[in-house]
Design a protein around this ligand. Sequence first.
Ligand code: UD1
Length: 412
Amino acid sequence: MDKFLIKGGKALRGAVAISGAKNSALPAMAAALLTADKVVVRNVPKVRDLVTMSKLLAFMDAKVSVAAVPASDYEIQAPKLNHAEAPYELVRTMRASILTLGPLMARVGVARVSLPGGCAIGARPVDLHLKALEQMGRGRQLKGAHIVFEKITVTGTENILMAAALAEGETVLENAAREPEVTDLVGMLRKMGAEICGEGTSTLRIRGVKELHGTEHTVIPDRIEAGTFLIAGAITGGDLTIHNCMPAHLGAVIAKLQQARVRIDVVDATTARVRGAEKLVAADVTTEEYPGFATDMQAQYMALATQAEDTSVITETIFENRYLHASEMVRMGANISINGREAVVRGPAQLTGTTVQASDLRASAGLVLAGLVASGETLIDRVYHIDRGYEGIVEKLKAVGAHIERVHAPGS
Ligand code: UD1
């Protein structure tokens, strides 16, 4: 298994370009199953989850053409879906495989998708996806329905959007997710001929059509990768210009970092600049659905909070067990105590490098950030988690001055 070796203490300076959003590319690829025509998805990040998704589509008999794997442009054509099935071996490695359920139900009427099961950060059931799809019926033709989600679910919203696009009649989805990735999917589906309105609000209306057609779609920039680099610049006291991002999608993160006295300038619609503060100060954070502060930025923010003067209280409201990085940061010298959904971080703490374990994708990013500011060497084990979702993180960090190496362990 690969590891990262980081020598901390270097201020990051220069420019970094953000890749396409993993969480937009995944539903975009799944949406290609909704038509027999060719669909081209561009700006796909070169990360393991997208390779898994392409394998899943190929398993279902979709033709997936790429120049080389991993790729940033995928051509997908699914004239006939002979295996409306997502096997456990693939679902096990990527929960987002559930995104094929909506398109398969819409196109074939039946589908077998293995249940993803729990993961490190929580139970993560898919009961709301199933309940909503059940309301739309099964068999050859799904029917529009009035669906009210009990809880906001991002991939649940995406599954229903895709299923409803080909259902008979109108679907109204209330308490829908408002994430930019949902809006991106609506844009793509509309180009395929879907009739949808209300994106960006919590009520979506979808009038089903008989057929969807092919399209070309460029996915939006990854706001979580951009946020991670904002914190990398801030925590190291550096000066980073972040290109190909959408500061408009980073409102809550930028506001919180500014509250912690990080200097951030929105240069234009696709560029932001971050400069480290003279002195970072504590600022409390509560994770929320978009447009609130993303749970996917919580671990990275915790790394920053260890360096801020005074006490920051972090409250995680989306997932029940998303503090696995905290004990690793404590082993590096951080002062963090966890009480249920609340983490109390007392700073500033001098972090010292040691060997730490990555437990999930965003926790790994938090540990990388802690390693960048720690004295001495930090060895991060199980970085396959980070490879699921960050394109070329080692190369991008090195290009702005970080001392970070990927260590290939024998047998990996
Ligand atoms: C998506 C993102 C993930 C992000 C998360 C929350 C993708 C591929 N992944 O995950 O990076 O961390 O949104 O922003 O886009 N829930 C239920 N029943 C359901 C579905 C969800 O109880 O049927 C609960 C979950 O356990 C969780 C909360 O709802 O507590 C939100 O989860 P959800 O928005 O569904 O997360 P994902 O779509 O899996």
